[in-house]
Write a protein that binds this ligand. Structure first.
Ligand SMILES: [Zn+2]
Length: 186
């Protein structure tokens, strides 16, 4: 059986939706890619800064609250001070972190699916990987990459030409970090 890997690659940081006090409504907020660090003698606070897309009002997502400065890794602290890109992505692409900060919705960023296409006449073990665990529907990924209509996709499921390991409902299951699908023509 042919083995193929697809990788979901995101093109931007995730935006969030939450209430904006100044706009008086739910607004879209973009990540500024900057941290704010407030260090006092015994307590350290770190936030990741977002801005309302309508009025530019700042909203701070709390990363650390009143922790002891000694309890944080110096390399990480330096990363917060210098707005290290990998560190920004670690938080801005973590929907659990954003929901814990009280956002109403985390937007799934635009993405591409890297990897080889294949024919449905081939027997393929397909691994789908994603660097960030956004809840993208597996059905959307497969339909988009293999250019299938929804009816064609459902037909594959009904005929058991496609299944997941472990078995999940492929009509509605969502990708986490990775997943394996098996395509069998007969
Ligand atoms: Zn606003």
């Amino acid at each position: 059986m042919k083995k193929i890997t697809w990788e979901v690659q995101y093109h931007s940081l995730s935006a969030v939706f939450k209430h904006c006090k100044k706009c008086g409504k739910k607004s879209q907020f973009f990540c500024s890619e900057k941290f704010r660090v407030n260090a006092q003698r015994r307590a350290l606070d770190v936030w990741l800064i977002y801005n309302c897309s309508d009025c530019n009002t700042t909203w701070n997502a709390r990363v650390y609250s009143h922790i002891s400065p000694q309890s944080i890794n110096p390399v990480q602290l330096e990363g917060f001070h210098t707005n290290n890109q990998a560190l920004v992505e670690e938080y801005a692409m973590d929907s659990d972190f954003l929901y814990r900060n009280g956002v109403d919705e985390v937007e799934i960023p635009p993405y591409s699916i890297l990897g080889d296409d294949f024919l449905l006449s081939e027997n393929v073990e397909l691994e789908i990987k994603s660097q960030y665990p956004f809840p993208v529907k597996v059905s959307s990924l497969v339909k988009q990459k293999l250019h299938l209509s929804h009816a064609e996709y459902l037909h594959l499921i009904e005929n058991k030409n496609i299944k997941s390991i472990p078995e999940q409902d492929l009509r509605k299951c969502k990708l986490k970090n990775n997943m394996i699908l098996v395509f069998q023509s007969e």
